[in-house]
Design a protein around this ligand. Structure first.
Ligand SMILES: [Zn+2]
Length: 53
């Protein structure tokens, strides 16, 4: 399940498996599907991850 995070009045979406955070739900969902299936991260997806510090 993609987790929604609110910070500074903006919404972010987190892959619950690897913990990477994305600006769109689509990306977070893609990440989660990948993580679940391959038990690893796909750099083509994680390059879009954002840092919430
Ligand atoms: Zn992930």
């Amino acid at each position: 399940m993609v987790k929604t995070i609110e910070k500074n009045n903006k919404k972010y979406f987190q892959c619950e498996i690897c913990g990477f955070v994305y600006k769109t739900k689509e990306l977070a969902q893609k990440c989660e599907v990948w993580c679940e299936k391959y038990k690893s991260c796909n750099v083509e997806i994680t390059k879009y991850a954002v840092s919430l510090e």
